[in-house]
Design a protein around this ligand. Structure first.
Ligand SMILES: *Cc1c(COP(=O)(O)O)cnc(C)c1O
Length: 423
């Protein structure tokens, strides 16, 4: 099946007489005929015991996302934050070291730099444009993984996936990439050597700004048994009668461990109702992502020519530093998010924001409706102008998430607000 067909058809295949649409299994628990049937579940035999670990609605949606990414197994989580945390925490523990790109989502940066440090992890942040030698210099004997975003939110840097995978593999560790912005419609990181993919399904995947969620997908390609770095996967888990994830579950070992240990102990399981909404979004993902990219390309080109705009950052523009990498890894487009500068600085930028009629001021990105954010006066308002420059968020920076409305209406709105901003 082609990816468009997978968006519509994968994950749930009803038998004769069963509901056509994926049912919402709104049940915490599952019934068994005998005590022995139930007992087998606690030795990790196939089946459902409790929705904190697994639920048939959630599983169907995870199967669809695994198919879209070309992975062997996947699990849903209640948010993108828990997806990234679980993807990493599944293969490391206090005292271990992580190499991460510095160009990542603010929430993930805090997770690594504040919360995971508190939990005893050592983190080295690297420039996403670092050379192989510079990347190599970040590794330590206790490094367990490399983390990065395929298209960084909000910096819009494009990851050289092959370069990061090569250096990670040379050091015997997997590359985990957050593929939220391009989605598997535009980029399938496993084809370029990434080992694990994560998603905030909250963004384009669900697509309507109605449901927070996350997903972790395993390519099945990383050989956990090649070294003694991953005892959690290769040595017996006494909480399940000595099960060894890589032996007993083969290529599904990594995902099974997340379910059996992290969802069991930490929760972060999505409500089946939310998985149902996510599935509705996924059914049109291929159509929406294409339109988001067409609209964003047209808007970026229009902004680039506008006299009231000082700069435009969009990887689809030929003038962009990442244009060549974008063409290589995501030839059909990157995402619908653009950043640009309004001429005149802070006050003009605020005036521009307040003049918009169609584009709404929200913190969210990547849903069907066009939305905008002025980080210097909102998410980053505690920083001084000098600090803002330092972290690459100028006082004039507008983050624009281009929706799937008619592009002429979006441009018309931007045009009148830009004119007003200069008055
Ligand atoms: C939003 C986002 C997250 C966090 O996801 P939530 O669903 O909000 O928890 C992680 N990574 C990226 C790239 C994001 O855009």
């Amino acid at each position: 099946m082609n990816i468009e067909t997978k968006c519509v058809q994968e994950g749930y295949k009803p038998k004769s007489g069963e509901p056509r649409v994926l049912p919402i299994y709104q049940s915490t628990t599952y019934k068994y005929d005998t005590n022995e049937d139930m007992a087998a579940l606690f030795d990790l035999q196939p089946g459902y015991m409790y929705t904190r670990l697994a639920n048939p609605t959630n599983d169907a949606v995870a199967r669809k996302i695994a198919a879209l990414e070309g992975g062997v197994a996947a699990v849903l989580t209640s948010s993108g934050q828990s997806a990234n945390f679980f993807a990493m925490f599944n293969i490391c523990q206090a005292g271990d070291h992580i190499v991460s790109s510095a160009a990542i989502y603010g929430g993930t940066f805090n997770l690594l730099n504040v919360t995971m440090r508190k939990l005893g992890f050592d983190i080295t942040f690297v420039d996403p444009d670092a050379t192989e030698e510079e990347l190599q210099a970040a590794f330590k004997p206790n490094t367990k993984l490399v983390f990065a975003e395929t298209v960084a939110n909000p910096a819009l840097t494009i990851l050289d996936i092959e370069k990061f995978a090569k250096v990670a593999h040379k050091n015997g560790v997997p590359l985990i990439v957050d593929n939220t912005f391009p989605t598997p419609i535009n980029c399938r990181p496993f084809e370029f050597g990434a080992d694990i993919v994560t998603h905030s399904t909250t963004k384009y995947m669900e697509g309507h700004a109605s449901t927070i969620g996350g997903c972790i997908v395993d390519s099945g390609n990383f050989d956990w048994e090649k070294s003694d770095k991953y005892p959690g996967l290769t040595e017996p888990d006494e909480s399940y009668h000595g099960a060894v994830y890589t032996k007993d579950f083969g290529k599904a070992g990594y995902i099974t461990k997340i379910v059996a240990q992290l969802l069991r102990d930490l929760g972060s399981t999505p409500a089946p109702q939310n998985a149902f909404y996510l599935n509705l979004g996924l059914e049109t993902l291929h159509l929406r992502v294409e339109r988001h990219c067409q609209n964003a390309q047209a808007v970026a080109q229009w902004l680039e020519k506008n006299e009231n705009v000082s700069w435009v950052n969009y990887p689809g523009l030929e003038s962009n530093k990442y244009h060549a990498l974008a063409k290589k890894y995501m030839p059909n487009g990157t995402c619908g998010v653009i950043s640009f500068g309004v001429k005149g600085g802070r006050e003009t930028a605020i005036k521009f924001m307040n003049s918009l009629k169609l584009a709404a001021i929200v913190t969210h990105v990547a849903d069907a409706r066009t939305c905008v954010l002025h980080p210097a006066s909102s998410t980053h308002r505690q920083l001084s102008d000098a600090e803002l420059e330092e972290c690459g968020v100028g006082i004039d920076l507008i983050r624009l998430s281009v929706g799937i409305e008619n592009v002429n209406d979006i441009i018309e709105d931007l045009e009148q607000a830009l004119i007003n901003s200069q008055k």
